[in-house]
Design a protein around this ligand. Structure first.
Ligand SMILES: [Ca+2]
Ligand SMILES: [Ca+2]
Ligand SMILES: [Ca+2]
Length: 245
């Protein structure tokens, strides 16, 4: 009987750990990479390497191909939303700030960049929901291109607003001009029905005039199966034996 109780306890623990780790999405901030695309503000026929070329190296790109937005993107120069995203919406259009890689033709002339702005204390930049199962077992990278209308700071906050989880992570980003900067948030464990929202707010000092984002991009990569799932499988086998006795 002691063996049976021990086995049951192992099963209970394994189930608890597995449910907690797989049930709620976890949001984190990975980092910022400055001046990925050169900031060219004069019109012309300029081609530069940047977010859609393998140079420069993309430090926080989840899938490691050194191209931002391998799964999809939304920019002034084109939109390609991944199939695992639904209900996507973003703040209204604004003035372009400069030039960036054309996502569809990165070796061609650069496209106008800079899209969305709001002259207010805070604003919702975008929202989206997860659909289907293709993102299960994967970590999602949500990258925001910034380098706003003026040099200065804004506070990006990525929050879960529906589904199984309520995480929220804020990060102050500062545009340094001379090129388009990217901030990378990661979401682990997102499943169908989870809805996320990115807001921007002005910090107390050093804020930009216009809260903004210039582009949004998605990458994803498999995450290792948690050890608790292996335990759960072992616990299930142990549980069967006493019931048959
Ligand atoms: Ca990539
Ligand atoms: Ca280019
Ligand atoms: Ca910059």
């Amino acid at each position: 009987m002691i063996g049976t109780k021990t086995a049951t306890l192992v099963v209970a623990l394994a189930v608890t750990v597995a449910v907690n780790s797989a049930g709620a999405a976890i949001i984190s901030f990975a980092g910022s990479q400055l001046n990925v695309d050169p900031k060219i503000t004069t019109s012309g026929t300029t081609d530069s390497v940047g977010w859609r070329n393998t140079a420069p190296v993309k430090t926080y790109d989840l899938d490691g191909d050194n191209i931002i937005g391998t799964d999809g993107y939304d920019t002034r120069s084109g939109t390609s939303i991944p199939s695992y995203i639904t209900g996507y919406s973003h703040i209204g259009s604004g003035n372009p700030f400069g030039y960036m890689d054309d996502p569809a033709n990165p070796g061609n002339n650069d496209y106008r960049a800079g899209f969305w702005g709001a002259n207010s204390s805070s604003a919702t930049m975008f929202t989206f929901s997860i659909t289907g199962t293709s993102l299960n077992g994967k970590k999602l990278g949500v990258a925001i291109q910034y380098d706003a209308y003026n040099t200065g700071s804004q506070i990006y906050t990525l929050s879960q607003i529906a589904g199984s989880g309520s995480g929220s992570v804020s990060q102050t980003v500062t545009a340094l001009n001379n090129g388009y900067d990217w901030a990378y948030f990661y979401i682990e464990g997102a499943t169908a029905g989870d809805t996320f929202q990115m807001t921007s707010a002005k910090p107390a000092t050093g804020s930009i005039n216009y809260l903004s984002m210039s582009a949004l991009a998605f990458d994803s990569a498999p995450i290792p199966e948690p050890a608790s799932l292996a335990l759960l499988g072992l616990g299930g086998l142990l549980m069967i034996k006493p019931r048959r006795a």
